[in-house]
Write a protein that binds this ligand. Sequence first.
Ligand code: PZK
Length: 287
Amino acid sequence: MSETLVHVASGKVRELFTIDDERLLLVASDRISTFDVVLPTEIPDKGRVLTGLSAFWFARTRELCPNHLLALRPDGRAMECRRLEMLPLECVVRGYLAGSGWKDYLRTGETSGHVLPEGLRESDRLPEPLFTPSTKATTGHDENIDAGQAAALVGADRYAEVERTALALYRFAAEYAEALGILIADTKFEFGLDADGRLVLADEAFTPDSSRFWPADEYQPGGPQPSFDKQFVRDYCETLGWDKTYPGPELSDEVVAGTRARYVEAFERLTRIAFADYVADPSVVLA
Ligand code: PZK
């Protein structure tokens, strides 16, 4: 009766296994990356926080878009998922000007073909959330592309459906989170198609690893914002004079404890569920 899992893919901090022809197991580890390098020190419970948050959002956005979640495993860190045919697009939505969106704007006044007003500052809220797809790079960074390039990859009708769906998901979660003191500056989705050709939300959803979470009470446009979850790690790394190439530094016990507390705080603020209750019974996030 015990199942044989076949490893199919590794992300930076997650692993994907085949359960059977229809199902995959997506497992979130406690690994953490910063400045694009996975660190040798783990953050206890980070994987459970991310899986729990994803499941929470999947349960609350099913009416906006069906998703791949089939079941949560009792350990709280693994999710059984429907196996889909994945679209070859990273579906990014930006509500604020940060990261590569800010860099593109500085260079060109545009981001992914969207012409923006002049005079925007780093981290400013955009007049409207923007869909800024990128290609899935097999190595290195995803490359921002415009709507025409993205439509060429998936077809014009599918592109329009993905854009509309991604924007609706972002607006829902950003509004929900803002009321609880967390700004979701941007987020990345992956979509797939089921056997009937229906669009299905896959991967993780609105976690601090797939999104920029900013504490709303510290929001101060005009420069970079502190990260809700990783700021202690970044600040600590900056004190070490590390050159931000592999291998990364070990984290101190204080930085680990502070960072774990921030992940748990994000979980509890957004879900309004005690993290201990999730650990006792992961299905509480699905109610
Ligand atoms: C799938 N990835 C990326 C994510 C990894 C790799 N529901 C699905 N059906 C088919 N394929 C995928 C999914 C999902 N999600 C996702 N690669 C394939 C990925 C996380 C960890 F190792």
